[in-house]
Design a protein around this ligand. Structure first.
Ligand code: ASP
Length: 580
């Protein structure tokens, strides 16, 4: 027998019992002539004590154990002299009578502690050791619990978990496909799913009515902290529903998860149309843990002879309340922040509302004190406030000011990780213009239905057609998105046409779906949540890597198994692939 108990389990109520424990040596120390060893497993840490008065050779053996050795001990539970109230086993220790080394361990390349000395690269290479550390293990426990609670909720609401294939044909979600060569069909390739989108729609045609799947999706795109080439979605689809049904049901899921996992009762999730989100926050995923909405100032500030404002499409600002005390240096730092190449603004104008009711602005010479007062009034500014204004091309300046708004909020501690502000963003545009290819792309994906009343605009003003599409945002992170789908063959064909497909191309790539729509497709819609991001939000982390057991690095590599890697010439030949 390897163990009677785990290392996180024994307490004062077990005093006097003889137990067997197995685990890893966390640390060892000599004190008052005795040797103490902390033994660790997934469940916790228990202190072992070796007393030379009992057995000198056993103690010598204990002293020879290295960190991370795997051991098994038999001994008696005794009360500890100096107790540790911080851990559940802190009142007891095991007086060891037998020690067995199950496996020796090389000295680990970094310390297996909550705060490790290992750098990112080293920890990724030895990910199996990194995963022994509490913070990472706790993240995976949290991930498991979120998955279980998701399944519980959806099962209770009659969703069926159905698996969809991984070797498929391209499903456009706006990224590049990963492709897999087919040996049996030389010169042909499968694509890995960017999402199971078309399959879940086909399941609705099959009559499954409510589908979900915790599913891997694959997108070949440039990586960031919150992106991985393979990631997990909670993918869902429902038949005979309208947008409202979907928002209600999945608001229920989010509330259920917050309640079960974090013991938080969320209020009704507010909703904001896309246009308003862009106008007030310059983003389709606004962080609404704090206010600081944009105020548009064209009518207030243009025409005074300040060329930067006069020639701009949009003059827009925010009120950094209580920040009038920012020094020249701090203001310069904010200007440098917006001028960084990643943000690319040409400058930043301020208006300081002094405590005595006077104003000071970086563009004083263009505006009279009365005009400055009108400016402050547009923000409802109070003495002590600092108004920050930018100008330029509408889309660009909104993005830039959005970054500044987030930066100021971070500086002022308004983005508390333990505050959760979810938001539904609705009424997304159906199409977005892409300068590079010179045509419209589907903003969500090509299967999203336009709002019925906007269908006539498809021919005349495609950019103004709104979609029945929605995103769930939490604290400025997009956590999920979905739409009501097109279920009519003719409308779907029209959509493909507007996306630049010829009838033949559409039939070749999506004929299976168009055909399915002719055999009785019910109205349907759905949503998918980024499961890794959801776990990261619950864990209060910025990077999704920390909530994935074996993630890839920023170059898309798994440095532990060294992948991707070259394959043998024979394999290439079998696949009929020649490398240039
Ligand atoms: N397939 C979509 C996505 O991956 C989600 C959906 O529309 O249900 O974003």
């Amino acid at each position: 027998m390897h163990r009677t108990h785990t290392c996180g389990e024994l307490t004062i109520s077990d005093l006097g019992n003889t137990v067997i424990l197995s685990g890893w040596v966390q640390k060892s120390r000599d004190l008052g002539g005795m040797t103490f060893i902390d033994v660790r497993d997934r469940y916790g840490v228990t202190q072992l004590v070796f007393d030379p008065a009992d057995d000198e050779s056993l103690r010598a053996e204990a002293r020879s154990l290295g960190r991370e050795y795997v051991i098994k001990v038999t001994g008696k539970v005794i009360e500890r002299e100096s107790k540790n109230p911080k851990i559940p086993t802190g009142e007891i220790e095991i007086k060891v009578a037998r020690l067995e080394v199950l496996n020796a361990a090389k000295l680990p390349p970094f310390t297996i502690e909550d705060d490790t000395d290992g750098g990112d690269d080293l920890r990724m290479k030895y990910r199996y050791l990194d995963l022994r550390r509490n913070p990472l293990r706790n993240n995976l426990v949290l991930r498991h619990r979120l998955a279980q609670e998701t399944r519980n909720y959806l099962d209770k609401h009659h969703f069926l978990e159905v698996e969809t294939p991984v070797l498929i044909k391209s499903t456009p979600e706006g990224a590049r496909d990963f492709v897999v060569p087919s040996r049996m069909n030389p010169g042909e390739f499968y694509a890995l799913p960017q999402s199971p989108q078309t399959f879940k729609q086909l399941l609705m045609v099959s009559g499954f009515d409510r589908y979900f799947q915790l599913v891997k999706c694959f997108r070949d795109e440039d990586l960031r902290a919150d992106r991985q080439p393979e990631f997990t979605q909670i993918d869902c689809e429902m038949a005979f529903v309208e947008q409202e049904d979907i928002l209600q049901l999945f608001e229920g899921l989010i509330k259920h998860l917050f309640k079960q996992i974090k013991h938080i009762d969320l209020d009704t999730i507010p909703r904001m149309p896309y246009d308003e989100a862009m106008r007030l926050y310059g983003s389709d995923k606004p962080d609404i843990r704090f206010g600081m909405p944009f105020v548009e100032l064209n009518t207030v500030l243009q025409g005074a002879g300040f060329p930067v404002f006069d020639k701009a499409d949009l003059v827009v600002g925010i009120n950094a309340q209580g920040c009038a005390s920012y020094t020249r240096k701090e203001l310069d730092a904010l200007t440098d922040f917006v001028k960084r190449p990643q943000i690319g603004a040409s400058g930043l104008v301020y208006l300081r509302c002094n405590a005595d009711g006077t104003f000071k602005s970086s563009v004083d010479k263009f505006y009279s004190p009365e005009q400055l007062a009108v400016w402050a009034n547009a923000f409802d500014a109070q003495p002590g406030d600092l108004l920050l204004v930018m100008a330029g091309n509408t889309d660009r300046v909104r993005k830039q000011l959005c970054e500044l708004r987030l930066e100021i909020a971070s500086q002022r501690g308004l983005r508390d990780k333990n505050t959760y502000a979810p938001l539904w963003v609705t009424d997304f545009p159906l199409l977005e213009w892409d300068d590079e290819s010179g045509r419209y792309h589907a903003m969500h994906h090509p299967f999203t239905s336009p709002k019925v009343e906007d269908i006539p605009l498809l021919e005349t003003e495609p950019g103004n057609v709104r979609a029945n599409a929605y995103d769930l945002v939490i604290n400025g992170t997009e956590i999920g998105g979905g739409s009501i789908r097109i279920h009519d063959r003719d409308l779907q064909s029209l959509m493909f046409k507007h996306l630049g497909f010829t009838a033949e191309e559409a039939q070749k790539q999506f004929g299976f779906l168009l055909d399915a729509f002719t055999y009785g497709a019910p109205p349907h819609g759905g949503i998918a949540f980024g499961f890794d991001r959801l776990v990261a939000v619950f864990a209060g982390l910025d990077s999704i890597r920390d909530v994935i057991a074996f993630p890839k690095n920023n170059a898309g590599r798994d440095v532990m198994i060294d992948s991707p890697s070259a394959i043998a010439g024979t394999q290439l030949a079998e696949l009929g692939i020649a490398l240039s």
